[in-house]
Design a protein around this ligand. Structure first.
Ligand code: ZN
Length: 47
């Protein structure tokens, strides 16, 4: 394995889940929801 993980994260606003390719240690990274556009923290929203 290369150390790159594919995580499933859930948007706290619209509850949609989406894939997130993770290549670093989880810190305070944010992702923008592809459905509603909300930016949210990856950590704490892993599905
Ligand atoms: Zn959303």
């Amino acid at each position: 394995m290369s150390g790159i993980a594919i995580l499933l994260v859930r948007c706290p606003r619209c509850q949609h889940t989406m894939k997130y390719q993770q290549s670093k240690i989880l810190t305070t990274q944010r992702k923008q929801c592809v459905y509603c556009g909300r930016s949210f923290l990856i950590r704490g929203n892993i599905a």
